[in-house]
Design a protein around this ligand. Structure first.
Ligand code: PA5
Length: 431
């Protein structure tokens, strides 16, 4: 049923062809009149955002990212890393890590490191000695490159790891180590001066691109490109989404509708949104989404708490709570029309005999949707086509825009993170 609806909408060009948004399983939980009012407000905010007259409009650099042209400097460094490196350490935390990680898992699989070269090890997202010492251990006899990503250049977790990584590279390569370290950072700050002094190659994250909105800037694109993904195609998907969800495209586009449904549910007392997916490739995507919405909306005592569930695994754990626990949450199920790979269950005289994994998984999705809806959980469905670069770019922009719109509608600044800055200060004064 979903596939035919999806194709029908695509043929009619009612909305962008990449995403099918279904809000039928939410309608009975909200008052349609409230929803229409919120939608109208979001339409107004979308106009302000597109004309750069919203709050913090100097932080809309993520919109400009879609027009970014992958230049020769990036192409050259990517070719060099891909041909030389066995292992790449990518140091970063928060927005300087989650976007690249989710894109690689989405496009290449969470098992990327078991089957591809160069392996990509994400470091600097904790202050635990084990990951870093293990990374050194497995890289002893390998060709190693380092990409350090930090817009501010002063994030403690990243700085702690960078010192050790630099030492490791110096021991391994001596003065040549500086040719194998690149820094992706803001227009000024400690990392920039450190990188210039040491003659590391530097790529600049533009001023108006905040961390959690930076995956389509060099902060995300370079590490993603190292995995062999086509970063131009990601940008292409994002460009189409930017057009589809722009103020001029449709009066009420799906991005506005998704944002409006969330806010409507929030106003009805639902305080948790679970992004639920049915594919292992989506695990890191959910982590990226949680940061995007959590840091953007959660301030001034407002916001929807972003949580995630990975089905089927979580159907045998969180699923019970989702369906029959306290009624504080709603779900957004995000599903791919086509899987990355498929396989058929051998003949065994059971219900699943000769059926493909994707077919069975799609029945799990339909059954879960029905059961959760019957359990009085408001459910939205977002269906995308496949795990391609284009679709990823489209999804990224969809959520970035939905997030900015939702936060602005809640009257909070989507682009700052005063709470995070407080924790950073509280830690620093204890060191
Ligand atoms: O969204 C944000 O701005 C934050 O999550 C940052 O990305 C995170 O704190 C890392 O900051 P930086 O890139 O400056 O090291």
């Amino acid at each position: 049923m979903f596939l035919s609806l999806y194709l029908k909408r695509a043929e009619n060009c009612v909305v962008g062809i990449c995403l099918f948004f279904d809000d039928r399983y939410v309608r009975e939980f909200v008052i349609e009149n409230d929803y229409e009012l919120i939608l109208a407000n979001l339409k107004r905010i979308n106009r302000l955002l597109d004309s750069r007259s919203c709050v913090s409009s100097d932080m809309l650099g993520w919109v400009d990212c879609v027009d970014y042209k992958v230049d020769e400097k990036i192409k050259i460094i990517l070719e060099k890393i891909k041909s030389e490196a066995d292992i790449v350490f990518v140091l970063g935390i928060g927005g300087s890590y989650l976007g690249a990680k989710m894109a690689i898992d989405f496009l290449k699989s969470p098992f990327y490191n078991f089957k591809c070269k160069p392996k990509i090890l994400f470091l600097g997202n904790s202050v635990n000695a084990e990951p870093i010492l293990d990374a050194f251990e497995i890289s002893k006899d390998k060709n190693v490159w380092v990409i350090v990503v930090s817009k501010s250049g002063s994030t403690l977790e990243v700085c702690a790891s960078l010192g050790l990584v630099e030492e490791f590279m110096l021991k391994k390569y001596g003065s040549k180590s500086s040719e194998k370290i690149i820094a992706i950072t803001g227009e000024n700050g400690n990392l920039r001066s450190r990188a210039s002094a040491k003659k590391w190659e530097i790529f600049t994250i533009p001023l108006g691109v905040g961390g959690r909105f930076s995956v389509l800037s060099v902060a995300g694109l370079i590490p993603i490109g190292v995995s062999g993904a086509n970063i131009e195609e990601i940008l292409c998907g994002a460009r189409v989404a930017c057009k589809d969800f722009g103020y001029c495209s449709f009066d009420y586009n799906d991005c506005l509708k998704y944002a409006a449904r969330r806010i409507c549910l929030h106003k009805k007392g639902y305080s948790v949104e679970i992004l639920a997916s049915f594919d292992v490739r989506m695990g890191s995507f959910c982590e990226w989404w949680k940061q995007l919405f959590g840091e953007s909306e959660g301030k001034n005592g407002k916001g929807i708490f972003p949580a995630s569930a990975m089905f089927s695994a979580d159907l045998h754990s969180l699923g019970q709570f989702i369906q029959q626990g306290s009624k504080i949450l709603f779900e957004t199920m995000i599903v791919s029309e086509f899987p990355a790979k498929d396989v058929v269950v051998p003949e065994d005289n059971s219900l699943i005999s000769n059926k493909s994994f994707h077919y069975i998984n799609s029945k799990i999705f339909e059954g879960t949707l029905e059961a959760h809806f019957e359990g009085k959980v408001p459910c939205m469905v977002l269906k995308f086509k496949n795990f391609s670069e284009f679709e990823l770019g489209y999804l990224i922009f969809f959520f970035e825009k939905a997030c900015a719109l939702s936060a602005l509608a809640l009257e909070v600044n989507p682009f700052d993170q005063p709470g995070v800055e407080n924790y950073k200060r509280a830690v620093k004064c204890r060191l």
